[in-house]
Design a protein around this ligand. Structure first.
Ligand code: SF4
Length: 245
């Protein structure tokens, strides 16, 4: 079945379950939200991107501009995983194009990792926000563990296709997506960690690693941005060294 066909099937199933219109898993009492029914089997990255555009695996698509999937080469040796798209990413449809993206570009260059050689994605593919203030600006909200788990099938599918040598988790949320809710980026950053199994069915591949570090937006918010930036670059150098080994 084509990616489009599988997505259509998933929507039919969900609509049937929900009983009305374009159903959502979250409409079904007792069911965990999940992108799984929307992820086409045997897909390449283009198929995934197309299918993800219509994902209704959790409620986070509501009120957003679009799914923000990924950018970069399918043959990348390093995959950078952020938390979720921000306001600019939601509008432009690409990850890390706002101020945090510019900070990431600078840090990657200083660490010796070409962004052009990297694949960049997020643990959650829709912008989670709340509206606040006089202009009702969209303010970022951290995804919950349930939302993270709901979106994980996309990340697993991406990593399975690319099978990178190194995954860089940019921030705690990305670390939790791969290692589970107990992951603490403050304790486990800047070291080579064996890549965990992508799901229950798959054993960890040999010689594949994860390096965790802060999210680049943390540098923008820091009281001491220079120290925070130096830490980010130092962690990325660990990933660069693994790629060079
Ligand atoms: S956040 Fe993930 S699971 Fe939820 S609707 Fe968006 S793509 Fe689907």
């Amino acid at each position: 079945m084509t990616a489009t066909g599988q997505r259509a099937s998933a929507e039919v199933v969900l609509a049937t379950r929900a009983g009305t219109g374009r159903g959502r898993i979250t409409d079904v009492p007792g069911e965990q939200p999940s992108a799984k029914p929307f992820v086409p089997a045997g897909a390449d990255l283009d198929d995934l991107r197309e299918a993800a555009a219509s994902c209704r695996g959790c409620h986070l698509y509501e009120g957003t501009t679009q799914t923000v999937f990924s950018s970069g080469s399918p043959t990348a040796r390093v995959v950078l995983v952020g938390e979720q798209p921000g306001d600019q990413e939601d509008r432009q449809g690409a990850p890390f194009v706002g101020p945090a993206g510019r900070m990431l570009d600078r840090a990657l260059e200083e660490a010796g990792i070409e962004r052009g050689d990297a694949y960049v994605t997020n643990a959650v593919k829709h912008f989670k926000f709340t509206r606040s203030g006089p202009g009702k600006r969209r303010i970022h909200q951290t995804p919950t563990a349930v939302e993270l788990a709901a979106c994980k099938p996309w990340l697993v599918a991406e990593l399975r296709i690319i099978d990178p040598e190194v995954v860089v988790c940019l921030g705690a949320t990305a670390g939790k997506a791969l290692f589970g809710p107990g992951f603490r980026v403050t304790k486990q950053r800047g070291v080579l960690l064996p890549r965990p199994p992508l799901d229950d069915q798959e054993a960890a591949r040999q010689n594949a690693f994860v390096v965790a570090t802060i999210h680049p937006s943390a540098v923008l918010r820091a009281d001491d941005p220079d120290a925070m930036y130096a830490g980010l670059v130092s962690d990325l150098r660990v990933a660069a060294a693994a790629l060079a080994a």
